[in-house]
Design a binder for this molecule. Sequence first.
Ligand code: SF4
Length: 67
Amino acid sequence: MHVFSIEGDEGNKRTVVKNPNGCVVTCTGCDPICPAGAIKHPSKQEFREKIRKLRKNPDFQLRKKMT
Ligand code: SF4
């Protein structure tokens, strides 16, 4: 999803979050891949609570895919 990008020169490379909006909702696929354990996502329960709170906000709107 092109969320991460590798930047820097040989011997000085680092991974950066380049496109956080490309992340798939509820996916946690990169959690177990990071060798440093640096990537963590909320649990499904925490995620559901967050969505419930967002939906109560009158300014919240789901983005519709443009075709
Ligand atoms: S959570 Fe899933 S979609 Fe998001 S960056 Fe990780 S693997 Fe990619």
